[in-house]
Design a binder for this molecule. Structure first.
Ligand code: UD1
Length: 311
């Protein structure tokens, strides 16, 4: 069994990753500054003797280094981030601090304490407006937001760290993640989190465009498993992999699943497309299968049914 330190443990993906690792018998040290994470996400984890939660800002100098020196984890899963693409457009300085400088701090803390494995929350945002589908790891990376740029820069920092100091570094390019605990608070939150809340509250939803746009929606349970495999799997080498399903689902299909569960709901309102919206995004899931032994298991409609059941 391993000891894993997770930054951003109280967040959407962090809390599910924590829960899964604990259920597998590992020890977890969670770090979060509660900027976008919530203590309530860790309600189950906090009842476990194998879990410790530390409130700290990963980007602050020497805070993480001290913690890593004390805990000497086998691996670090670095998920703490400025998670909103929109926020990164409005505040590139903050994006730099939370999405680049914090990564550097993680790499340095790992080097100083000899941590042998690092797993990083990257994003399909590194590809920008990809035209060729499915999107492969070898596809052109041309980020179009400070957020995407920071994720790509962080990948480079960490992979170079791995090459220089001999640690295993896994960069996980998540596609459109959805599931319980995703925050629907902003109009730019993940569309499924917004739809789930609005259908539940009996409010109509808005579809920007004709609803034919597609995304590679992946359940957070699958993403947590991909993180656990990257952090604890045997024989895992450094590399980059898409964390996706390889399948497309249109927004109309998503709305239709909700509509079946909420037959009294009003039909979605169609509004003009959002500026900069991409029409189709779908990843090639092959490499994560080969390098991590990871294949997504949750079909989108089952993931939606789970969300709807939770209410
Ligand atoms: C993602 C980012 C977004 C960024 C974009 C860059 C997330 C959650 N969003 O968007 O910030 O600008 O990559 O390519 O990571 N939609 C609706 N109704 C709604 C909300 C959304 O129709 O109430 C539509 C959007 O216009 C889009 C689709 O749903 O066509 C998916 O939206 P979203 O969940 O934000 O994901 P991305 O478009 O991939």
């Amino acid at each position: 069994m391993a000891k894993i330190l997770i930054t951003g443990a109280a967040g959407f993906i962090g809390s599910h990753t924590t829960d899964l690792l604990l259920s597998e018998g590992h020890t977890v040290v969670g770090v979060d500054n509660f900027r976008s994470g919530h203590r309530r996400n860790l309600a189950a984890a906090l009842t476990s003797a194998a879990f410790r939660l530390v409130e700290a800002d990963v980007s602050a100098e020497s805070v993480l280094a001290q913690l890593v020196a004390t805990e000497t984890p086998d691996a670090i899963i670095h998920l703490a981030a400025l998670v909103s693409v929109q926020d990164s457009m409005e505040n590139p300085e903050l994006n730099y601090r939370l999405n680049v400088l914090a990564t550097h701090r993680v790499a340095e803390a790992a080097r100083e304490s000899g941590v042998k494995r690092l797993v990083f929350a990257s994003s399909a945002a590194v590809y920008g407006d990809a035209t060729e589908l499915p999107i492969r790891e070898a596809s052109t990376t041309r980020p179009i937001s400070p957020y995407g740029g920071a994720k790509l820069a962080s990948e480079a920092l960490l992979l170079a760290h791995g090459a220089a100091f001999g640690s295993v570094v896994r960069c996980q390019r998540y596609f459109n993640v959805f599931g319980p605990r995703q925050d629907p608070a902003s109009p730019y939150s993940g569309v499924i989190s917004i739809f789930a809340q609005r259908f539940r509250d009996g409010q109509g939803v808005t579809i920007f465009g004709d609803g034919q746009q597609t995304r590679d929606f992946i359940s957070v349970h699958d993403v947590a498993r991909a993180n656990a495999l990257a952090a604890t799997g045997e024989g895992v080498a450094s590399g980059i992999a898409n964390i996706c399903t390889g399948r497309s689902t249109s927004l109309l299909e998503v709305a239709a699943v909700f509509g079946r569960h909420y037959p009294a709901a009003t039909a979605p309102t169609l509004a003009p497309p959002r500026p900069g919206d991409i029409i189709h995004s779908r990843g090639d899931a092959t490499r994560a299968g080969q390098e991590l032994g990871f294949t997504a298991r949750w079909p989108v409609d089952e993931g939606l049914a789970e969300l709807i059941k939770l209410g």
